[in-house]
Design a protein around this ligand. Structure first.
Ligand code: TYM
Length: 371
């Protein structure tokens, strides 16, 4: 979607996203208090990313819970396009997916769209993309999914499982639908024109595996929603349930505006960054601070526009400490360097631990691969 002031597509997020407008435009539902209470009842606890409104929108999540209540287990499905190293923005939906897997004790399908990144990206050959796919798989495993309940499917390796479903989907989708949904033009390569059917296919893989229509819930940031819109349109015609979604907002980059993105490495924290490199990026971050200390003491800073504040809130602090930080920031009693130090410390600790898990993951890759 290209709205005045911002753009959100699966390949590009620009400008300051107005999530209320996005929900209206995409036709999704906001997650309300009633739904939160139901999730809490089934899951046992509410993940902070739900409480804080980072996961904020959905399609048919209430129906997934209805089915679960009746004893019908759903599958989780999420994915990664391996165009580079994984950054913290990618990690958040996966951490949340792990919470869902642990809480509901359900299977997960994780798609690696190496084909998409080859077809979409100029100047990346398949060898490079395959290397990133392997590196990204280490990150996915390091998040801590249950090996016996999680399968990673790499498009170019496991296409035999996806292709029969993808052509069912492709046959029901016209060029004019995908052109309107994804903004394709007559110079888009034909690989990309078919690709939406490949990303849609894992939504129905659970039904093939179980031998009966099986609900599927997709946790991801809202940029992926166009894929699910077209999938939902064809699902029932093909005898499947419509896939349900739970959508997150975007983790901002460390710069002035925009989501964290691999294409701006100086404002993104990668899981593979040396902790000291990440620390430097944090210390150079844009903040919501005033130009001088005197002004900040007098006027306070703008936590709302500050990526440092949001990283601490979403990833490293509990709600109470974060609320206190907000009040101190707004009142001018806290200076930006203090928040930067707090974040740099937290990020360094996080990366050190994560990188150990990443190394252990090397021995587990085969266990996670789709058969
Ligand atoms: P990709 O690799 O661009 O992104 C992987 C996941 O990370 C989310 N994401 C973000 N979330 C928060 N803040 C950010 N700054 C940020 N940047 C990316 C994405 O929404 C996604 O959940 N085509 C897909 C791969 C894919 C997929 C899927 C994703 C295949 N099947 C099913 C989600 C669900 C892609 O290139 O994602």
């Amino acid at each position: 979607m290209k709205e005045e002031g911002f753009t959100v597509t699966p390949w590009k997020v620009e400008g300051e996203v107005d999530y209320t407008r996005l929900v209206n435009e995409f036709g999704t539902q906001l997650i309300d208090e009633e739904l939160l209470a139901r999730i809490k009842r089934f899951a046992g606890r509410l993940h902070p990313l739900l409480k804080l409104g980072y996961f904020f929108s959905h399609r048919d999540l209430d129906w997934i819970l209805d089915m679960y209540e009746k004893g019908e287990r759903f599958y989780l499905y999420t994915g990664r396009g391996p165009s580079g190293n994984v950054h913290l923005g990618h990690i958040l939906p996966w951490v949340f997916t792990k919470y869902l897997q642990d809480s509901f004790n359900v299977n997960l399908i994780f798609q690696i769209t190496d084909d998409e990144k080859f077809l979409y990206t100029d100047g990346r050959n398949m060898d490079e993309i395959s290397r990133y796919a392997y590196e990204n798989i280490l990150d996915i495993i390091a998040v801590g999914f249950k090996p016996e309940k999680s399968k990673i499917i790499v498009d170019t390796k496991h296409i035999n499982h996806l292709y029969p479903i993808a052509i069912e989907i492709a046959k029901k989708l016209t060029f004019s639908t995908v052109r309107a949904t994804f903004g394709f033009t007559s110079s888009t390569n034909i690989g990309m024109i078919l690709f939406p059917a490949i990303q849609a296919a894992p939504c129905f893989l659970p039904s093939k595996i179980e031998g009966k229509p099986t609900p599927c819930l997709i946790p991801a940031a809202i940029d992926q929603d166009p894929y699910w819109r077209i999938t939902r349109d064809v699902a029932e015609k093909l005898g499947y349930y419509k896939p349900a979604q739970i959508h997150s907002k975007f983790l901002p980059g460390l710069g002035m505006q925009g989501k964290m993105s691999s294409s701006q490495p100086e404002t993104a924290i990668f899981t593979t960054d040396e902790p000291e490199v990440a620390e430097k990026k944090v210390m150079n971050a844009f903040t919501g601070g005033q130009p001088t200390i005197a002004l900040q003491r007098r006027l306070g800073a703008d936590a709302y526009r500050c990526p440092v504040f949001w990283y601490l809130r979403y990833m490293f602090e509990d709600e109470k400490s974060s609320d206190e930080r907000y009040v101190k920031c707004r009142s001018g009693s806290l200076l930006c360097y203090e928040c930067k130090y707090a974040l740099a410390d937290a990020v360094k600790r996080y990366l050190k631990e994560f990188q150990i898990k990443r190394e252990h993951a090397r021995d587990m890759v085969d266990r996670f691969m789709f058969d």
